[in-house]
Design a protein. Structure first.
Lengths: 320, 360
C-alpha cells in the first residue's frame, strides 16, 4: 500500500508539472500576438499603454520563453498573481470563494449519491420494463439538459422574485454566519446540480447490482440462509458500489470544474466558479489562469485520494 | 438468443466466417450494416428522434428564409424605434421600463406576439436592442449546430488517427499518445474549454500561417473538438489494441501490407460502428458544451447568436420576458435529447454488446 501511495504521488507530481506547462501554453504561447499583444491580453480591456508596457516587462514577454514561464510560475506559486482589471489578488479571491464552492459541490454530491443509490437499488429490486424505462429516460434527460438553463428556470419559477416563492433567491450566506440561512439558500442550487446525475447513477448501479446477484458469493450467502436484506446490504451492495466510488470521484472533479461554475453563476453564489465566470465576462485573464491551474492541481490531488480509497475498498485491484 | 448467433457470423472472426459459409444460401447479401439497419428499423423511438433532429437541422438551415420572408428582419438588425401591429394594436418593440414585478427595468422589449404579429417578433424582441428573438433563435441554432457537428467531426477524426497510431505501433508511440490523453484528464472539460476559449477570444489565433479572427466560429469549434479528443481517443485505442491481435491483421501483415494499409483498410472498417456512435453522441455532448461556454462568454462571441448566448442575454429579462431564455433552452434540450436517444438506438443496433459511451 505504501509503495502504491509513493508511486501514485510521484505520478501526480509529474502531472502537476505538466499542468503548469499546459497553462503556460494555453494563455501565453498559443494565442500568440508577440510580446506586446500578449501583454495587452493579460492587461485586460481598460489598460493604458503604460500599463501594457509595464506588464510586458514585468512578465518578461520581451525575454525568452523559459524566463516567461519562470516568471509566471513565480507569480502562481508565490500567490502574487494580480488581476489588472480589478487590481485584486487572484489567490485571495479564490480562497474567499472556496467555502461557497465546496458547500455547493459537497452538498450536491451527497444528494446525488444518496438518491442515485436509492433509485438504483429500487430499480434493481423491481427490475422490469417500467422501472427500466423511467430510469433510462431520467438518465437521458440528465445528460441532455444544460445545468445552467435548469438553474435559471428553477430560480425563476421557485425562488424569490419569480412566479412562486419557495426558496430564497440566490446569494451565498456563510455557514458560520447563519447555518439555517446557509442551508435555505443552498437547497435549490444543490438540487439543480444533483438532479441531473441521479438518473445516471441509478442506471449504473442498477446494472452493477444485476450483474452481482449472479456471482458465486451471493449464492453462497443465500445457501448459508442469510436474510435477503442482509444479502443485499452486506454482500451485493458493497460490491456493486465500488465502480460508483470511482465514477463519483471523476464526476465530483468534473462538477468542480464545470457544473459548479455554471450553477454558481446562475444563483450568484460567490464562489470560485462565479469569480471565474465574471472574469471571462470582463476578458480578465489572470483570474482564469489561476482558477485553471489551481483547479487542475486540486483535481490531480483529489484523484490520488480516490485511487487510494478505491484500493482500500477493493483489495483485488490494489496495484503492487 | 437466435439473434445473438446470427450476429457472431458477421464478426470478423475467421472461424465464424468459415462456419457461415456453409449456410451461405440463407444469409446471402446480408452485410453487418444491413443487419444493423434491420435492428434499427424496429426501434421506432430512435427513428422518431432522428426525425426530430432532422427537423431541427432543417429549421435552422432555413433561418434566412424565415428571416427574409416571414419576420422581415435579420439576426442582427435593430428595431428599437419601430412599432409593430399585434392583433391590430400598435405596440412599440422596445418600450420604456419601470418597476415591473418589483424589479427596476430600464427598457422592456416586446413580449411574444405568437401569431398576432403577422410573423414579426413571434417570440418577442431580445433585450434593449430590439432584435427579433425567433430569427436569432434560428440563426443561433445554426451556429450551435455548426459548432456542435463541426467540432465532433474534427474531434472524431483526430481521435481515430491517434487511436490507430497508438494501437497499431504500440511501444513508445502508444506511450506518448496515452500520456497525452491522461494529461488532459487532469483538466475538467469545461474548465479547459473556458481557459482556451477565453485566451483565444480576445485576439484570435495567428500561428503557422493560419489566422483566425477573435469573433470566428472556428474558435469554439476547435476548442471543443480539442478538449474532447482524449475522451473519444482512449476507448478507441483500446478497441484498436484488441483488434490488432486478431488473425486478419496478422494475415494482412504477412501479405506484406504497409502499416497505412493495415490501419486504414483493415482496422478502420472494424472501428466504423463505434466511430459512428461516438460521432452521434459527441454531437449531443458538444452542443451542451458549446452552450455552456457561450453562456459564460468563452464560446460564440456576440453579436453572433448561439443558443448559449441567447440564454445568457435572456437572463436579464428572466422575470419579465421568460421566453427569451426558455426558448433557446428548450431548443437545446429537444436537439440534444433526440441525438442522445438516436445515438443509443444506433449503438444497440450496430453492436448490442458494445459499451460505447461519452462520459466526463
Amino acid at each position: 500500500m505504501l509503495a502504491f501511495l509513493v508511486r501514485r504521488t510521484i505520478g501526480a507530481l509529474l502531472v502537476c508539472a505538466a499542468v503548469t506547462f499546459i497553462v503556460f501554453l494555453i494563455f501565453i504561447v498559443v494565442p500568440g500576438g508577440g510580446p506586446h499583444g500578449t501583454a495587452e491580453r493579460i492587461a485586460g480591456k481598460n489598460a493604458t499603454t503604460q500599463n501594457v508596457i509595464n506588464i510586458e516587462h514585468e512578465w518578461g514577454f520581451d525575454r525568452p520563453f523559459y524566463i516567461q514561464y519562470w516568471r509566471l510560475m513565480n507569480k502562481m506559486f508565490n500567490g502574487t498573481l494580480v488581476s489588472y482589471t480589478s487590481q485584486q489578488n487572484v489567490l485571495s479571491q479564490i480562497v474567499d470563494g472556496i467555502p461557497a464552492t465546496f458547500s455547493l459541490t459537497i452538498g450536491a454530491g451527497l444528494i446525488w449519491l444518496f438518491f442515485g443509490i436509492v433509485v438504483g437499488v429500487i430499480s434493481a429490486l423491481t427490475a422490469g420494463r417500467l422501472s427500466d424505462r423511467i430510469i433510462t429516460v431520467l438518465a437521458l434527460i440528465g445528460i441532455s439538459m444544460p445545468v445552467f438553463w435548469l438553474g435559471l428556470v428553477a430560480r425563476y419559477y421557485l425562488a424569490e422574485g419569480g412566479l412562486m416563492t419557495f426558496f430564497p433567491d440566490g446569494e451565498y450566506v456563510p455557514l458560520t454566519q447563519n447555518p439555517a440561512s446557509w442551508f435555505a439558500h443552498l437547497i435549490l442550487p444543490w438540487l439543480v446540480l444533483a438532479v441531473l446525475f441521479i438518473g445516471f447513477y441509478g442506471r449504473v448501479l442498477r446494472g452493477n447490482i444485476l450483474d452481482t446477484v449472479n456471482e458465486d458469493f451471493v449464492r453462497t450467502a443465500k445457501a448459508k440462509g442469510l436474510t435477503p436484506r442482509r444479502i443485499l446490504l452486506k454482500h451485493v451492495l458493497r460490491t456493486s458500489l465500488i465502480p460508483i466510488v470511482t465514477l463519483f470521484g471523476l464526476d465530483f472533479a468534473s462538477v468542480l470544474g464545470g457544473g459548479a461554475i455554471l450553477t454558481e453563476t446562475v444563483f450568484d453564489l460567490h464562489g470560485v466558479g462565479e469569480y471565474a465566470a465574471q472574469s471571462i465576462g470582463n476578458f480578465d485573464l489572470p483570474p482564469i489562469m489561476g482558477v485553471t491551474m489551481y483547479g487542475a492541481f486540486f483535481i490531480v490531488g483529489f484523484s490520488v485520494l480516490v485511487d487510494l480509497f478505491y484500493a482500500y475498498l477493493d483489495p483485488r485491484i490494489r496495484p503492487t | 438468443m437466435a439473434q445473438r448467433t446470427g450476429e457472431t457470423e458477421f464478426t470478423l472472426d475467421p472461424s465464424a466466417e468459415l462456419a457461415g459459409e456453409t449456410a451461405a444460401s440463407e444469409i446471402r447479401g446480408r452485410s453487418p450494416w444491413y443487419l444493423a439497419w434491420r435492428r434499427l428499423r424496429r426501434n421506432y423511438v430512435a427513428f422518431f428522434s432522428l426525425f426530430i433532429f432532422v427537423a431541427v437541422v432543417l429549421a435552422c438551415a432555413l433561418a434566412p428564409v424565415y428571416a427574409h420572408h416571414v419576420a422581415h428582419s435579420g439576426p442582427n438588425s435593430n428595431h428599437i424605434l419601430e412599432v409593430v401591429k399585434v392583433n391590430g394594436h400598435p405596440q412599440s418593440v422596445v418600450s420604456v421600463g419601470g418597476v415591473i414585478k418589483g424589479k427596476l427595468v430600464a427598457s422592456l422589449p416586446i413580449g411574444p406576439t405568437w401569431f398576432g404579429g403577422g410573423g414579426k417578433f413571434v417570440l418577442g424582441a431580445d433585450g434593449s436592442n430590439g432584435r427579433d428573438e425567433a430569427v436569432r433563435l434560428l440563426y443561433g441554432g445554426r451556429n450551435s449546430l455548426l459548432v456542435g457537428i463541426g467540432s465532433s467531426a474534427i474531434c472524431v477524426f483526430f481521435a481515430v488517427v491517434l487511436a490507430l497510431l497508438a494501437g497499431y505501433f504500440r511501444g513508445w508511440i502508444d506511450f506518448v499518445i496515452t500520456r497525452f490523453f491522461d494529461l488532459f484528464y487532469a483538466f475538467p472539460v469545461v474548465l479547459l474549454g473556458i481557459a482556451l476559449g477565453s485566451a483565444l477570444a480576445i485576439n484570435g489565433f495567428h500561428h503557422f500561417g493560419i489566422s483566425v479572427q477573435s469573433g470566428s466560429l472556428w474558435i469554439p469549434t476547435l476548442v471543443i473538438s480539442y478538449v474532447l479528443v482524449p475522451y473519444v481517443g482512449r476507448p478507441l485505442r483500446g478497441q484498436v489494441l484488441s483488434l490488432r491481435e486478431k488473425e486478419f491483421v496478422e494475415a494482412a501483415i504477412a501479405q506484406g501490407a504497409s502499416p497505412l494499409r493495415v490501419m486504414f483498410s483493415e482496422l478502420l472498417p472494424n472501428l466504423a460502428s463505434s466511430v459512428l456512435v461516438f460521432f452521434t453522441l459527441i454531437i449531443a455532448n458538444n452542443i451542451v458544451l458549446e452552450a455552456a461556454l457561450s453562456f459564460l462568454g468563452a464560446g460564440v462571441q456576440p453579436p453572433n447568436p448561439s443558443w448559449g448566448t441567447l440564454i445568457s442575454s435572456g437572463r436579464d429579462f428572466i422575470v419579465t420576458r421568460p421566453w427569451l431564455s426558455l426558448a433557446p433552452g428548450l431548443a437545446i434540450v429537444l436537439t440534444v435529447l433526440s441525438l442522445n436517444v438516436f445515438g443509443d438506438g444506433l449503438r444497440d443496433a450496430l453492436d448490442p454488446r458494445a459499451k460505447v459511451k461519452v462520459q466526463h
